[in-house]
Design a binder for this molecule. Structure first.
Ligand code: DAH
Length: 340
């Protein structure tokens, strides 16, 4: 009687296990048979109805049945697990022959490209690249550059004032002063950076733009050195055919002062749209450092002389890439930037 019952449970269990194909339903089968309220457990509870002398035999039969069912459960579990893994591997298979996805990486802004080029040229001539503050004392931005209060040049450069003594620098020239004050001579430096002027935005103006200041101070530095240096710079930047021309100008911090033009690299000087028919394009201001400026920063103008120049970075970038509107450099439209 008990024996048949056990036989039936066992066969039934093995059938259920065989037809199971997930770990979850396999566990359901385990619970239904071996669990606290499972079929086999119920049989054990019925032991008290078995005659005491038969109990060891029946007990052994129950144990055997249990072992067989557990074995079958374990085997099914291993089989299901490996099948699941196999299917997962099939699903996740990687086709190594597929072409790789291309990573889209950024690239330098036209301003950065132009600046890198200018830096390359001057560091190649032994110049050091230095930095200075964008928020600057009025003294460094104006006074120490021989632009006293009430000087018209101060009005020309519409200044953003932080307070009476502090401004957003309107030019990179104050870095000259800071460099001179360090007292280490000779000096051969360029100082690129942002400058600020209260200008309306249009095709050629922006309240924030970039300049590259240059300065050389040593014994016996002459205007010829200035001309030779800037001519070499222009040839490196715009090509070996480039010629330079110096027009007299006025800056408070240099004497004599000049503006430097280069032959249009597009038409070679014949006149075209790029140079507005002139054949020449202005690229920078320059001059011999005013003796007063040297003196104010503690350098003896009888012993030392120097030249300085200021380049508009945007101008260079616009020229080099033939861009006709400065606003394009700041709007950062990816369709524009992607072209460089
Ligand atoms: N600071 C001048 C400007 O903003 C540019 C300049 C001209 C700088 C002549 C110089 C220089 O160092 O010698 O217009």
């Amino acid at each position: 009687m008990m024996k048949e019952k056990l036989q039936e449970i066992r066969e039934n269990a093995l059938k259920q296990i065989e037809s199971t194909n997930t770990l979850e339903s396999l566990n359901d089968v385990r619970v239904a048979i071996l669990g606290k309220k499972g079929e086999l457990t119920n049989v054990l509870k019925g032991m008290r109805d078995v005659a005491p002398e038969d109990r060891p035999v029946v007990g052994q039969m129950v144990n055997e049945t249990r072992e067989k069912i557990e074995e079958a459960l374990d085997a099914a579990k291993t089989a299901i697990a490996s099948k699941v893994r196999e299917e997962q591997m099939k699903r996740e298979v990687i086709d190594v022959t597929l072409p790789a996805k291309k990573n889209k990486i950024g690239h330098p802004h036209p301003n950065t490209l132009a600046l890198d080029e200018v830096k390359r040229i001057f560091t190649g001539m032994g110049y050091e690249v230095v930095d200075g503050p964008e928020v600057e004392y009025d003294y460094y931005n104006f006074e120490a550059l021989n632009i006293p209060a009430n000087h018209p040049a101060k009005d020309e450069q519409d200044t953003f004032y932080i307070n009476d003594k502090v401004v957003l620098r309107t030019q990179t020239s104050p870095v000259q002063v800071r460099q001179m004050e360090r007292g280490k001579l000779p000096i051969r430096m360029i100082a690129p950076g942002r400058v600020f002027r209260a200008d309306e935005v249009d095709a050629t103006h922006s309240p924030c733009f970039h300049q590259i200041e240059g300065m050389v101070i040593d014994k016996n530095v002459t205007f010829s050195d200035l001309k030779g240096t800037l001519a070499e710079f222009a040839r490196e930047l715009f090509g070996p055919e480039t010629k330079v021309k110096f027009r007299p100008h006025h800056f408070p911090f240099t004497e004599p002062s000049a503006e430097c033009d280069v032959t249009c690299f597009k038409c070679g000087g014949k006149g075209c749209r790029m140079c507005k028919g002139e054949g020449w394009i202005e690229i920078l201001g320059c001059g011999m450092i005013h003796p007063r400026v040297l003196e104010m920063s503690g350098i003896d103008p009888k012993e030392y002389s120097g030249f300085a120049f200021g380049i508009g970075l945007e101008r260079i970038a616009l020229l080099k890439d033939e861009i006709d509107d400065m606003r394009l450099l700041y709007e950062n439209d990816i369709r524009f930037l992607d072209q460089f």
